[in-house]
Write a protein that binds this ligand. Structure first.
Ligand SMILES: NC(=O)c1ccc[n+]([C@@H]2O[C@H](COP(=O)([O-])OP(=O)(O)OC[C@H]3O[C@@H](n4cnc5c(N)ncnc54)[C@H](OP(=O)(O)O)[C@@H]3O)[C@@H](O)[C@H]2O)c1
Length: 211
């Protein structure tokens, strides 16, 4: 199947390599498309650089928006037409950083980023928050672990979105575990109890009920 990845920086490039290794066909785009072109060339036949964000969704079953939280709303508005009827996977933490590198949350404490993003989605698009629970380095090293696969947690309100994101998580070399509905996105974020945990399925399931 085909997945669009918009954002081919630190995280999006790791997700792209893992999905391609698992057999997914990819359509990549980035702000100036230079990093998307470089990544497509590195991955080879399984990936192409699209002409832009909307073009990336052409023929794609789903899109991973590996973007800073602060550009998500604009990009979702840009791709609203082609996104209708598709799965949007969002790994973004609701964070921003200033010129000194000080990181702060862009939403009030306790407000669910998943709920906010759901409000930016066009009618008919399905949302799952996933692939943002591990730092890019951990995501890269924990994929296709054996004998016990590592878990990637996700949240979604939509059963079909859940099935679709579970397929992507398995394709990337992880075991999916649902942590709840979209309002639970805070558990996956930086500072959340399920963030940056490399655990197997049994431990993951015990943690789900633990909050
Ligand atoms: N990095 C991590 O370890 C990590 C881990 C977990 C979650 N996350 C989350 O993942 C998200 C991405 O993080 P990152 O570290 O990958 O950021 P990043 O390295 O800055 O990459 C951001 C990507 O977004 C692209 N972009 C920016 N504006 C765009 C637009 N209008 N249209 C299309 N593409 C656009 C950039 O394009 P160019 O390449 O052309 O500049 C770049 O490829 C963040 O929300 C972060 O919270 C990151």
């Amino acid at each position: 199947m085909t997945t669009a990845i918009i954002g081919t920086g630190g995280l999006g490039s790791v997700i792209a390599r893992q999905l391609a290794s698992g057999g997914e066909t990819l359509r990549l785009s980035s702000a100036d498309n230079e990093s998307a072109r470089r990544l497509a060339a590195e991955i080879g036949g399984a990936a192409v650089a699209a002409a832009g964000n909307c073009d990336a969704l052409d023929g794609a079953d789903a899109v991973v928006l590996a973007l800073r939280f602060t550009v998500l709303k604009t990009v979702l508005a840009e791709i609203a037409g082609p996104l209708a009827g598709k799965l949007a996977v969002v790994p973004s933490n609701p964070l921003t950083s200033d010129a000194q590198g000080n990181v702060s949350r862009v939403l009030p404490e306790g407000q669910s980023s998943g709920k906010v993003i759901a409000g930016w989605l066009p009618t008919g698009a399905r949302l799952a928050m996933a692939f943002g629970t591990l730092s890019a380095g951990l995501l890269q090293s924990a994929g296709n672990r054996s004998p016990e696969p590592a878990v990637l947690f996700y949240v979604s309100d939509d059963d079909r979105a859940g099935q679709e994101v579970e397929r992507l998580i398995r394709t990337a070399g992880f075991e999916p575990v649902k942590a709840g509905g979209i309002e639970q996105s805070g558990r996956l974020e930086v500072g959340g109890d399920l963030h940056d945990l490399v655990v197997g399925p049994a431990k993951a399931r015990s943690l789900i009920g633990g909050a």
